[in-house]
Structures are given as C-alpha cells and as structure tokens.
Design a protein around this ligand. Structure first.
Ligand code: SAM
Length: 470
C-alpha cells in the first residue's frame, strides 16, 4: 500500500510502513556497520530516507551519535552559515470551530476571551511589530467560517503589506491557517504569501481522530493532503511540522520525513521548512496528560537527524522552547527562530488585559535581547526576505541552496538586513556588538565584487537608505 507518489494520505503516510520502519530501526540500530554507512551517506549531503533516519534515532552507540551531532553542525554551517532568520507570529483571531484537545482555542473553552483583530487593530499590531524590528511574520488564526473566512485572511495580508511606519515594513507574510481548498490556496498565493505552514499535529491517524474529535479538522485525509492542494494552487514553499508530545516521537519523525519524500516525489520539491513545536502548557491544557513528553536530549537528537536527513529544508524553532534549549538546537541545525513573540490576539500593541493566549512561551525575552544573545553565541541574526521577493521559491530556492552560492547571496543579505535592524531598532549595546560582527563578517563574502557592493550598500544604509538585497 505504501506509495510516496500517491495523493492519498493513507498511502503516502502508510501506517504499516511506519510500523515496519520502527521495527527495522529497533532491530538494526545498534549495528555499527549500518549506522556508519548511514552517516557516510548523510555526509555526502544527499539526505536520508525515513528508515535511515529512524536507525539514527534509535542508535545508542555513543561514538556514532557524537558523529551524528558533529555532522549536523557541519551541514548547518555549510548550507546556512551562522545565519538565523528571524520572524514573529501574529495572531489574528482565536475564534475556532474545532475541538483540538491540546489547544485552548478549542470551541468548548468558555473561559478564554475570544477576539478577532479589526483592520485598525491589525495596523496597530503591525506597527508595533515594525517598531520592534520585525520584517517577517507568520499569521495565525483559529478556524472559523464566520470570524476568519479566507476573505478576512486575504484582507489582513493586504493590510499588513501596506503598512509602512518609519523605516518599517513587513516584507514576507507566512501563513499558518487551517487546511483549505486548492482555490483558496491559489488566492493566498496571489495575495503574495511566503510559506504556507500547516502542522500535522500527529501523523498517527487513530490518535489524530481522537485528538480532533469535532470540527473540520477531524478529517485526517483533508488535513494531511493539504500540502498537495497548496502546491497545486501554486504555493511552492510549504512548511511541515508535528506537535511533539501528542504521540510517540519515533512515529512522528518517520512520518514527517515520509511526508517530505512524498512532496518531493509528486511535486519535485520537498518542504521549504520543518517546524518542531513541543506541546506547552496553556489555559485548560496540561501537556503531561498526553503522555508523550520529550526530554531535551531527545528533542536535540530529532533536530540533528532532521538536519542531516533533509539538508535543504529550513528548520524552525519557536519561543515554545527555552533559551537554553534554543541555544542547543541552533547549533544542531535550526535556521529560523521567532523572537519577542506574543501568542495572544492583539498582544504586541496592548498589554494583555484579557486572556486570549494560545500557550505559554518559554522564551520571554525581547527581540533586542534575543538578537544580542544570538550574536554573543556566534550566530548572525538575519531579517532577510530576498529569496521570496526575487522569486527564488520552491525548486529555484533549492537550486540556490544546492549550488552552494548562498555564501555570496544569503550571507550579504543577512549582514545588510542586520545593519538595518541595528540602525533602526537596536539598543546601543546590541548595535555595538552587531557593528563589530558585520565588520568582521563582510570579509567572509567570497566574491570580491559582491564584497565591494555589500560594503557600499552598508555605507548607504548608515546614511539612511533601506531595503537592499541580492
Ligand atoms: N488553526 C490552524 C490549524 O488548525 O492548523 C492554525 C494553527 S494554530 C494557531 C498554530 C499551531 O499551534 C497548531 O498547529 C498547533 O500545533 C500549535 N498549538 C496548539 N496548541 C498548542 C499548545 N498547547 N502548545 C504548543 N503548541 C500548540
């Protein structure tokens, strides 16, 4: 039954194939010869199959596990350098008709306040986000046919792109809304969205049905096949994710990689990003009750394996993770993080007076603190949105990534957008650290022509010009 080319969820995420994979990994994961050959293959940057990845997950051979972490760090450096792309979530509405057992926005929850941002509210929120320094947003919404139909989302996107406050601008809007029709995806594409993100929550069908007892999200196939409809609708950057903590992490890792293999087999391009959210405490939600919590060690191993299994896919970690956990996984492969996030509806503009929060964040620091911290750890925070604006999406982005030209393109873009941030939004302490970083990093742009161009652009940014990109 397993068929990565099939368009049917139960065939490309074939339950028996997942079970066979888990059994195969359990049986073979302590075979040093096999693990060695898998690490060698990963070292060639060709990625890994879900079976190979699961062998690494189950492997308890210390020396080989250390090699895995070293390789993940190396692949991260080779493809992404030290760059970390920054984004923030923007919650538009928490009205929801679904019954997700892990999410406080579930329809039956009567003790949170329900709110939907008006166009004026969006202007205020986005202005506040611009004033912190954000350029890239992920919009979030509960699913509701009356309060957040697609028209509302499209209008919100238009409003967001139209707001220009001081030197601020949101240059890329990613969208994390419920699974919808091919036609709706086409309209989202036309509205100029970046990535369409949809978390699978769990790939385990039986658990999925239990965890989503009511509402349109109950339909496992509709949800799981959403990315195919999105791609059919012309969106070629899609972002996968599972909510770790709902089901067994072995099942989830095998499945999310199978999902990526399916997208590659059918559409010729794998997922643009993979997110690794972990279940958090929320209003009436206690993560312990779901019985599948992960240790930080296992979480880090999942990140490292994902990095080597899909080297060209961006890896996203949110403020669900603590600063400590984030520091660890940044080294192992994460390429994108949120900072200064609010998970409530309207939380950037006004302090929370009523409870509209989706979940407790673990990393409460301001964006400026996160930027400073990243640079202290040796990373380069980037506010770059160039690829998407230059039409380098889907396979064109992958081609850039695979050609290794990123160092002459993404690296300069990171430095230039960081410089904008330092000029417009950073504290003096962050600005000083950042300017020193840029001064030394500009020397590592390999092409001398590009290096000179970037130096000129940086000087122009100091003089007040904005929005350079390669
Ligand atoms: N309503 C859309 C959907 O159904 O996909 C948008 C998603 S919601 C605003 C964003 C994500 O938050 C969900 O996909 C889920 O994975 C995550 N989430 C929900 N409850 C959570 C919790 N208690 N802790 C951490 N993440 C949670």
């Amino acid at each position: 039954m397993y068929d990565p080319k099939s368009l049917k969820a139960h065939e490309f995420i074939d339950h028996q194939e997942v079970l066979d994979t888990l059994a195969y990994a359990q049986k073979n994961a302590q075979d040093p010869g096999l693990v060695r050959s898998i690490l060698d293959k990963a070292g060639e940057r060709r990625g890994l199959t879900h079976r190979e990845a699961l062998v690494l997950l189950d492997c308890r051979l210390d020396g080989l596990n250390r090699e895995l972490y070293d390789l993940a760090r190396q692949i991260k450096r080779d493809f992404y350098g030290q760059r970390i792309v920054m984004f923030a979530p923007l919650y538009l509405s928490n009205y929801c008709v679904n019954g997700c057992l892990y999410c406080p926005y579930h329809q039956k929850n009567k003790h949170i306040a329900r709110r939907r941002l008006s166009a004026d509210d969006i202007v205020r929120e986005v202005t506040a986000l611009q004033d912190i320094g954000h350029k890239r947003l992920a919009i979030e919404s509960g699913e509701h046919p009356v309060y957040s139909p697609l028209e509302y989302i499209l209008e919100a996107i238009e409003t967001i792109y139209s707001i220009k406050h001081k030197n601020g601008a949101i240059r890329r809007v990613n969208v994390n809304i419920a699974a919808t029709t091919t036609d709706d995806y086409r309209r989202l594409k036309e509205a100029g969205i970046g990535t369409y993100i949809l978390f699978q929550e769990t790939y385990h069908r039986e658990s999925y049905l239990r965890l989503h007892p009511t509402g349109p999200k109950h339909d496992y196939a509709w949800h799981t096949e959403a990315m195919d409809r999105a791609m059919e609708g012309g969106i070629d950057d899609v972002g996968l994710g599972v909510l770790f903590g709902l089901e067994g992490h072995r099942y989830e890792l095998a499945s999310i990689l199978m999902h990526g293999e399916h997208l590659e087999a059918v559409h010729g391009v794998g997922p643009h990003t993979i997110s690794v959210p972990r279940l958090r405490e929320a209003d009436d939600i206690n993560p312990d009750e779901f019985g599948h919590g992960l240790s930080d060690d296992v979480f880090a191993k999942i990140v490292a394996i994902t990095r080597v299994a899909v080297p060209y896919t961006g890896l996203i970690v949110s403020t669900r993770e603590s600063a400590r956990s984030r520091a660890r996984v940044l080294d192992l492969g994460v390429s994108q993080i949120s900072g200064g996030s609010r998970t409530s509806v309207g939380g950037y503009y006004e302090p929370e007076t009523e409870n509209t929060t989706q979940f407790e964040v673990s990393d409460n620091r301001s964006l400026d603190e996160v930027i400073y911290w990243l640079m202290e750890l040796g990373h380069i925070p980037s506010f770059c949105t160039a690829c998407y604006r230059e039409g380098r999406t889907g396979d064109r982005f992958m081609a850039l990534c695979k050609s290794g030209k990123i160092q002459n393109c993404c690296h300069p873009n990171a430095l230039m957008t960081l410089k904008e941030y330092l000029m417009d939004y950073a504290s003096p302490k962050t600005a000083t650290l950042g300017d020193n970083l840029i001064a030394s990093e500009i020397n590592s742009v390999p092409n001398p022509k590009v290096r000179n161009l970037v130096a000129r652009h940086l000087a122009a940014i100091s003089q007040g010009q904005r929005d350079f990109r390669l």
